[in-house]
Design a binder for this molecule. Structure first.
Ligand SMILES: C[S@@+](CC[C@H](N)C(=O)[O-])C[C@H]1O[C@@H](n2cnc3c(N)ncnc32)[C@H](O)[C@@H]1O
Length: 224
């Protein structure tokens, strides 16, 4: 007789309910989640995984682009930018200026994303030089080149400005390249987090392979 298989757990409207016994023998799984169910906003293949195990899995395959955003006036876009950085699997998010930012738009994705703070643009530049990363400033200022006109660098920092003023003079001066997203309407600009999503998507379009799908089953679906 074969080994007894754990009954398949029940899918809820958003995730999985409690896991029936016996529980799979997998150190990545979190007993609390197995006990009470897992309704987190994560890919199906991460169901019941501990946050530490998910972060370790992401760390092993992060893309070499970083995202930076200036935060001199409590920019409300940072949460959504962190969420997009998680979706497109950025190495890190850098916040330049004020340390505090509104986490609501991140929808908890900040727990899976490395976020680093820099007091000034000079501090970001020092980090970039140490890491050998070119800074690609993103803003529609005179002299900007369309984002699709040339491939984005493989390893780089994509630097975004805040609502209202856009990128600071210091940020533009620190950039190795300044790019913009083509526009056609009457508005001067799009929302900074929308701009970040467009440019991150351009990076993955050029450099990354097929993406993850939220409903793809785990490779070892029998056990989790
Ligand atoms: C409100 S916009 C900045 C203002 C803009 N420079 C102006 O002249 O009105 C805020 C940020 O969103 C990003 N952004 C918005 N629209 C963009 C576009 N078309 N191309 C590149 N970046 C854009 C940039 O990072 C910018 O610093």
């Amino acid at each position: 007789m074969g080994r007894e298989r754990a009954p398949t757990p029940e899918w809820t409207t958003h995730g999985l309910g409690p896991h029936a016994h016996p529980w799979p023998d997998d150190p990545r799984l979190d007993p609390e989640l197995l006990e009470h169910g897992d309704t987190r906003n994560v890919l199906d293949r991460y169901r019941y995984w501990s946050m530490t195990a998910i972060v370790a899995d992401l760390d092993a395959r992060r893309h070499p682009f970083h995202v930076a955003i200036e935060n001199w006036q409590h920019d409300m876009n940072i949460g959504s930018i962190v969420r997009s950085a998680n979706a497109f699997l950025a190495s890190e998010v850098h916040i330049v200026g004020r340390r505090r930012w509104n986490k609501r738009g991140a929808m908890v994705t900040d727990r899976y994303q490395h976020v680093r703070h820099h007091e000034t643009i000079d501090d970001l530049v020092a980090f970039a030089r140490d890491a050998g990363l070119p800074i690609v400033a993103v803003d529609n200022v005179p002299g900007s080149v369309p984002v699709d006109a040339a491939p984005l660098p493989h390893a780089c920092i994509l630097l975004f400005g805040q609502e209202g003023p856009g990128l600071s003079e210091a940020a533009l001066a620190a950039a190795d390249r300044v790019i913009e997203i083509r526009q056609y309407g009457s508005t001067r600009s799009i929302n900074a987090s929308a701009a970040a999503a467009v440019v991150m998507h351009e990076w993955v379009r050029v450099h990354a392979g097929p993406g993850e799908h939220p409903h793809a089953p785990a490779a070892d679906a029998d056990s989790a």
